[in-house]
Design a protein around this ligand. Structure first.
Ligand code: ZN
Length: 342
């Protein structure tokens, strides 16, 4: 077992005017991701809380033009070329996968979750989530069988404006790519290095260690392990899942899709109870079926700092230092969330 949860404690003493200028020492921490070694800064504790959004502001007369609302989706949205998707648009229940009119990659699909313009977390039912995920997976499978050079597939989700989502209408992005981003590539490399060095799977060791420690592990449901990552990416923390035995999009069974949707529903119940209205999410699939790189899902809650100026919760720490900052300790987040994963 070679899983290391490395951290460095930092202290800062100030003379606090709220305590008659008595010295007050603040504890902070740098944490290093057990897989990639990337650091996260834990500081500024309790200073940022999720700000509620009024979803009614995004609907009705304020809605404006939406390309994903009926009948626009049918009439004017982009389709895939017939050699990739013969029917032009993939449909599954209420979900549709269309081509992004301004693609980010060689294969850039948008899963429109439903016809409904404003889809609250409560509206994101298990069946809607299952259909949306299944539709996205269907697209990724078609990309892989059409273009065998596309080794990497992943999905991403910006839900509501604090996450960087420019369109309110709920949509998940799905990609076939030769470059899935730095974090994906570093994780894959580090996972391969671990196997070479220790002759074991990082993922098995990691999950066993999280379960043994019991500080961040949330639960295992239908073969999916849910936990709070040791080194968060989001300012108010992350929740992640690993699906052992599932690698490429083709290896995700309908039962796994339902299990994923059910786990995401548990997370959304926590979000709703905690006034969290926005998140980023990622789904990393392995480059090939036999890779030691199980499906990884990660959600980072997002918020505006306030609704007067709408400052985002990312700043120079994330942009210029490329170092995530989090104002809550992951073990605290795990304590709050664990009842939802019982
Ligand atoms: Zn819409």
């Amino acid at each position: 077992m070679a899983i290391v949860f490395r951290s460095q404690e930092v202290k800062s003493t100030i003379l606090d005017p709220r305590r008659d200028f008595a010295p007050v020492t603040h504890d902070m921490e740098f944490r290093y991701d057990p897989l990639t070694g990337r650091s996260s800064r834990l500081a500024h504790f309790g200073a940022i809380r999720p700000v509620p959004l009024n979803l009614d502001d995004y609907d009705g007369e304020n809605k404006g033009f939406c390309p994903f609302c009926p009948p626009n989706l049918e009439k004017i949205t982009t389709r895939f070329p017939p050699e990739l998707v013969p029917e032009g648009i993939i449909r599954r229940g209420e979900a549709s996968v269309i081509a992004n009119i301004a693609p980010y990659d060689a294969y850039s699909g948008l899963v429109i979750v439903s016809d409904k313009h404003v889809l609250s977390l409560e509206d994101m039912t298990q069946s809607r989530l299952s259909d949306a995920l299944a539709a996205g997976l269907d697209f990724l499978c078609r990309v892989k069988s059409y273009d065998r050079g596309m080794s990497y597939t992943f999905m991403g989700w910006n839900y509501m404006p604090p996450s960087g989502g420019g369109l309110i209408h709920a949509h998940i992005q799905a990609f076939g790519s030769q470059n899935p981003g730095n974090l994906y590539m570093e994780s894959l490399q580090a996972s391969n290095n671990y196997r070479e060095e220790f002759g074991r799977s990082f993922w098995q060791d990691y999950l066993s260690e999280e379960k043994r420690l019991g500080q961040r592990f949330l639960g295992e449901h239908d073969g999916i392990s849910w936990f709070v990552p040791f080194a968060p990416l989001g300012i108010i923390g992350d929740v992640a899942a690993i699906v052992p035995g599932v690698t490429v999009p083709e290896s995700v069974s309908p039962d796994t899709v339902d299990a994923l949707a059910s786990g995401i529903r548990r997370l959304f119940n926590y979000y709703s109870a905690s006034q969290i209205y926005s998140f980023n999410a990622s789904f990393f699939f392995a480059p090939d079926k036999d890779a030691d790189f199980p499906l990884q899902i990660r959600f980072s809650a997002r918020t505006f700092l306030n609704t007067r100026f709408f400052p985002p919760d990312t700043n120079f720490f994330q942009m210029m230092l490329q170092q995530p900052m989090c104002v809550i300790r992951p073990e605290e987040i795990a304590r709050e969330i664990s009842p939802y994963f019982k």
